[in-house]
Ligand binder design. Structure first.
Ligand SMILES: Cc1cc2nc3c(=O)[nH]c(=O)nc-3n(C[C@H](O)[C@H](O)[C@H](O)COP(=O)(O)OP(=O)(O)OC[C@H]3O[C@@H](n4cnc5c(N)ncnc54)[C@H](O)[C@@H]3O)c2cc1C
Length: 459
């Protein structure tokens, strides 16, 4: 009996550890037109129409190994889908094999260490609620339908990351199926843990099991929404600059975001501490003095508060991309006026900046390459149905160009933009070369791939 299997766990029998479902594979492969094919293919972004030739709906690690070997025999590329929330279809391919993992949503909590082990199919909503029932928290993102797998493998930030760190910073062990269909474990190859903390999205292996440290769950979340309406372009730009100044001095239990949409600026402020505490009160005063209005703070038990940020159910048509990491407003100063003018004139276009920093800056050495940058921008475009309206596409392009002209070059890999050509440096910076070495070791035939996956060193 291994030391791991002697420990006691909540959630599943000890015998099931550490690898779920070793043994024979029961895979069957869905083809276009088969019952269940479209449900297994369907991504959150409804504009993504890619159609794999075969879908393996895997239930066990053995199924994943068999699916990759099947793809190898058939000479097919492999795409990996867990929660299906990739912005632009990197979890699908055209005419290849899709390893679909939503059926692997197992969860375990180790009684003594409070380490949490999850399958790749687990969604954030279920992750939060299951752990909160047990008094624990894994800091993650906000949208309930996002897969824990894709989120972790690209970083994973949200309301709690300034206080506790990124989701990937909590990762202590990962199991992968490599491009030859063989099992790899970060306990034997520690560089896999390094790589999967921010550099593992469909790059060199299929993660089948994640083990995380968890935090004691805070009891409540205090939040407050501030809005400033009917602003002209200079008014929007002033609110954006002022938000940066206020957000820079927030303590670590606080998260904030500024959202520019049409002529309105909205600020969200949240804290795991009291809304009556000095930091929250000071930030509130500063925002009210800067021309924002607010109805007042709301404090809710954590589970209920998280539910308020779950987001809309999909699939939806959208075109969202990273708008870059920033040190502060100075990085955006030359672009801010143009961005505000474009957002103001473009219905459906949203420019948002979120706070990072805090515990993220102290996280482990890992493939996540942008720890020192305390702000992250996101450009979002939403419309009702069909393809993106021309005006919205033009506004989107104009903001991307303004950011590029301002020298914004570092981007969040979990908010990918299929149009950027320097994506390797943008997402991975100096960590890219090491990721390429890992790619060569785990997936020398480039079996597991998507348009912006890590390339083999000689490619
Ligand atoms: C509505 C919405 C809200 C979001 N909110 C946040 C947020 O608050 N914080 C944040 O950090 N991010 C957020 N994101 C971005 C999110 O982290 C990424 O889209 C993430 O990659 C989605 O993971 P997934 O498993 O749902 O996606 P999938 O579409 O299944 O996969 C996404 C990528 O990960 C790879 N991948 C998936 N599973 C595996 C696996 N098991 N092994 C190897 N590679 C795998 C795929 O190849 C693909 O490249 C949000 C996205 C959306 C659409």
């Amino acid at each position: 009996m291994s030391s791991i299997s002697r420990r006691s766990f909540i959630g599943l029998s000890v015998a099931a550890l550490p690898a779920w479902g070793q043994g024979k594979s029961a895979n069957s492969y869905l083809k276009p037109g088969d019952a269940g094919y479209e449900a297994a293919r369907r991504p959150f972004n409804s504009t993504v129409l890619l159609k794999p030739a075969l879908i393996a709906c895997c239930r066990t690690e053995a199924d994943v190994c068999a699916a990759v070997k099947h793809a190898k025999d058939a000479g097919l590329p492999v795409a990996v889908k867990s929660g299906g929330h990739a912005f632009h279809g990197s979890s699908l391919n055209e005419g290849g094999l899709l390893v679909e993992l939503s059926g692997m949503a197992n969860r375990l909590l180790e009684k003594d260490t409070k380490r949490f082990t999850a399958g790749p199919g687990l969604k954030l909503k279920d992750c939060y609620s299951w752990l909160l029932e047990r008094g624990r928290l894994l800091p993650a993102g906000s949208c309930g339908g996002v897969g824990l797998a894709g989120l972790t493998l690209g970083g994973g930030y949200g309301l709690f990351s300034r206080e506790f760190g990124l989701t990937c910073d909590h990762l202590t062990q990962v199991r992968l199926v490599d491009g030859n269909g063989e099992i790899r474990d970060s306990r034997d190859e520690p560089e896999l843990l390094w790589a999967c903390r921010g550099g593992g999205n469909g790059n060199f292996g299929i993660a089948t099991s994640f083990t995380f440290e968890t935090q004691i769950a805070p009891k409540t979340l205090a939040s407050r929404k501030f809005t400033a309406k009917g602003l002209d372009t200079p008014g929007l730009a002033r609110r954006l600059e002022r938000w940066f100044e206020i957000a820079t001095s927030l303590p670590e239990p606080c998260f904030s975001a500024v959202i520019l949409n049409g002529s309105q600026a909205t600020v969200l402020l949240s804290s795991t501490k009291s809304a009556e505490g000095p930091a929250f009160v000071n930030a509130t005063k500063a925002l009210l003095q800067s021309g924002f209005g607010s109805k007042g703070p709301v404090t809710k038990p954590l589970g209920i508060a998280i539910g308020r940020y779950e987001g809309r159910p999909g699939p939806l048509p959208f075109d969202n991309v990273s708008a870059g990491f920033y040190r502060g407003f100075e990085d955006l100063r030359s672009a801010a006026g143009g961005i505000c003018a474009t957002v103001r004139e473009t219905p459906g276009l949203i420019f948002q900046v979120n706070t990072l920093g805090g515990a993220i800056t102290r996280g482990p050495d890992s493939a996540y390459a942008h720890r020192e940058l305390p702000f992250l921008g996101e450009l979002q475009a939403y419309w009702e149905k069909g393809t993106i309206p021309t005006k919205l596409a033009a506004g989107h392009a104009s903001v991307r160009q303004a950011l590029h002209d301002a020298g914004i070059r570092r981007h969040y890999g979990n908010y990918p933009d299929p149009r950027i050509t320097d994506w390797a440096t943008a997402y991975y910076g100096a960590t890219y070369a090491k990721l390429q070495e890992i790619k060569e070791k785990l997936d020398p035939e480039d079996r597991i791939r998507h348009p912006q996956s890590v390339r083999l060193p000689n490619a």
